[in-house]
Design a protein around this ligand. Structure first.
Ligand SMILES: [Zn+2]
Length: 267
């Protein structure tokens, strides 16, 4: 089933909270009122554009956000520093970097000596699962976020998964997020003894990249400190050629927002 075939209420009816975040700052009041009773949230922050916007959205509800970054041995180490800057800029209550070295397994262009693909035609992005897919990455990330949330005695987990303008990753689909939320409530002491209900929030799930950028700008995200490129230069400049760069650049163009990304190749 295509995501666009399902209504918001249908998605919510099966359990996972895939929220349509408010479209404007004025609309945010209703959302804020609904989440006020929560003590806080854990937000996965990668250093990229999407997770920065998710952190800003979560912060805009007035909740304390604990930012979690996973250092999984990604080739683009600059991501971790970008995540630190994003957590500070957006006022995270705390920030943890957990190291889980997925280079032990490899199997991805991001963790192994496999070339990062440069799509010849940007229209082919998303048609197949690319070499930049990291085996079970979001399952691992969400498991770590769940563990921390349980310790913090909070139940809300935010992730910047997007199923539009994405690169075809299976663990960015609503079916996966819904299943993980079900697992979270079975797998934890908090979910069983205390009968707390964990919720996985993926507010960007159906958003296009340009919508994410426009909303991020409204919320004061400094995209100049984020990093998206899969294959940056040794100085940390974006390649401008990988899937992630192409999607990001198109997003800024479509949003009518100046792209603050520093590219290695001038055009
Ligand atoms: Zn790139």
């Amino acid at each position: 089933m295509k995501i666009s075939d399902r209504t918001s209420s249908e998605r919510n009816a099966v359990g996972v909270t895939i929220e349509e975040a408010p479209a404007t700052l004025a609309d945010a009041e209703k959302w804020r009122a609904r989440v006020d009773e929560r003590k806080g949230a854990v937000a996965l922050v990668s250093g990229g554009l999407d997770s920065a916007t998710v952190l800003a959205l979560a912060r805009s509800t007035g909740t304390d956000c604990h930012a979690l970054t996973v250092d999984y041995g990604q080739r683009h180490r600059i991501e971790i520093e970008a995540a630190r800057r994003v957590a500070v800029q957006l006022g995270a209550a705390s920030h943890r970097v957990v190291t889980v070295d997925l280079r032990v397994f490899g199997g991805s262009a991001l963790t192994d000596e496999i070339a990062v693909p440069n799509p010849e035609n940007a229209d082919t992005i998303g048609r197949t699962i690319p070499a930049t897919y990291v085996p079970a990455r979001n399952t691992i990330f969400l498991s770590l976020a769940l563990a921390w949330a349980e310790v913090l005695e909070i139940t809300d987990i935010y992730i910047g998964a997007t199923a539009r303008d994405f690169s075809g990753y299976p663990d960015c689909r609503p079916e996966f997020l819904r299943a993980f939320e079900h697992l979270a409530n079975l797998a934890t002491r908090a979910g069983t003894e205390k009968r707390r209900q964990f919720q996985v929030h993926a507010p960007l799930l159906n958003w296009t990249k340009d919508k994410i950028i426009r909303r991020g700008v409204e919320l004061g995200v400094n995209f100049g400190i984020t990093h998206s490129c899969y294959d940056p230069s040794s100085e940390g400049l974006a390649c401008g050629l990988c899937d992630s760069c192409i999607i990001r650049r198109r997003g800024f163009e479509a949003a009518g927002v100046d792209d603050p990304t520093k590219y290695a190749e001038s055009e």
